[in-house]
Design a protein. Structure first.
Length: 227
């Protein structure tokens, strides 16, 4: 099995979920006491979050490209970025390394190919900027995102609660309502496009399938590592 490099820290809760899923999936496929050979490099989310707020995406790309190069130099044979939002700068990472970069949107699109219209929950950056929507459209999938003020609610719960390891019942109820409104607008499924959202809601909270982009990302990476 090839060594998987993980760029983490955005947030550490997200990275912990990636690490758990990565090893669960490896054991599911290989059995016994198998774990995934992996390297985790944790960046400082405070620095990344400030760059997000101030629109310094180029600088964010440089930092994450450096992290990817470090992982490759340490022996990583493929690289995952343990966050949806920062795939906005995926090209900077891909250009910085020679080993494969596993893109979360491509992996998610392949798993949702049977749908025509899918809701998307994530940070404001993921929901509003084109990097996620446009890439899904290349795979023939139309995304629908919440209207305001639902986008603000979804974003604020992620940054003010979930990335600080707070899971509030009131926020779970609010997310249920947001997802129901996406279904009313024609969504056949809903992508959980931020790793931390899986800490808050599950299939019981939605009348349509929930697409866990994190799990799909991990399953794709394990498959590549074993290929």
């Amino acid at each position: 099995m090839r060594t998987i490099g993980l760029i983490g820290g955005m947030s550490w809760e997200s990275s912990a979920e990636y690490y758990r899923l990565l090893n669960e999936e490896t054991r599911r496929r290989l059995g016994g006491h198998h774990c995934a050979p992996s390297l985790l490099l944790t960046v400082d989310f405070a620095e990344i979050e400030e760059l997000q707020r101030t629109g310094q995406w180029e600088r964010s790309g440089e930092l994450l490209a450096d992290a990817a190069r470090t992982l490759e130099g340490a022996g990583a044979e493929l690289v995952l970025l343990c966050t949806n939002t920062m795939h906005k700068v995926a090209d900077a990472i891909t250009d910085a390394i020679r080993v494969p970069f596993v893109h979360i949107v491509d992996a998610t699109a392949r798993k949702t190919a049977g749908y025509r219209k899918i809701g998307l929950l994530g940070t404001r950056f993921t929901m509003e900027q084109g990097f996620y929507r446009d890439r899904m459209r290349e795979h023939g999938i139309e995304l629908v995102v919440p209207d305001e003020p639902d986008r603000t609610l979804v974003h604020d719960v992620i940054y003010q609660e979930l990335t600080k390891n707070r899971v509030e019942p009131a926020s779970r109820a609010a997310y249920r309502d947001v997802m129901a409104r996406l279904v009313d607008r024609g969504a056949e499924a809903v992508i959980l496009g931020c790793t931390e959202i899986t800490l808050l809601v599950d299939a019981s909270d939605s009348t349509v399938p929930l697409i866990d982009s994190t799990r799909i990302h991990v399953e794709t990476a394990v498959g590549l590592a074993l290929d």
